[in-house]
Design a protein around this ligand. Sequence first.
Ligand SMILES: [Zn+2]
Length: 229
Amino acid sequence: MDGRIRELEIELKDLPRRKALEMARLNGVSADLKAAKEGQEYANQRVRNYEADAQALKDKIQQLRTTQAGLKSNREYQQYSTQIDLVSHDLETTENNQIAAMDELPSAQSRIDEAQARYDAEKGGVDAFCAEIDERIAMVESELAERRAERVEKAKAVSDPKFMLYYERLRTKRWPVVAPLTHAGVCDGCHLVQPPSVGQLADANARNGAEGRPQSIVACTMCGRILYR
Ligand SMILES: [Zn+2]
């Protein structure tokens, strides 16, 4: 019974770990998606910046033209034309940059689409896996509670408290606590050959047990496991 309880306890510790690993993997995929969205935001921002720059240059040209129209001297007029040419050249460069920045938008979007598709696919799998784990945890917890209750009942059958005391003390250090003594007189827990007296005691215990008489603790001289035949 304790063997089963042990198995269940180990599984109960392991299940949340497996779940956490899957969740961590999904978080990685989610981080990729977030990065793709940030990449798109950055690309959009670049386009908006060039757009604003272009608008400012257009306004500037408009302003220069308005002033130029009111000028009287040829020399001044000529100076303004040169300045307008320079700003127009800047505008052309800015608009080219804007177009180049806009060219990057579709690939930014497709990166998001890919990351989103991967996330959706992974999420479905991880959700199903986690639901299975949760179901298993509930089953293990319920069986564990049942087994522990049964154990309390079975322990009542052990009349001599020193047997339980000995057993419980050993249980945390040695597993299994109870081991058969082989015909060759070897402890099946640690494989040490026992002195003949241990074999005699174990045989006496077996006889006493069969006849309903009290038994004693026969322990391995090396590991302390309770030995039986
Ligand atoms: Zn032993």
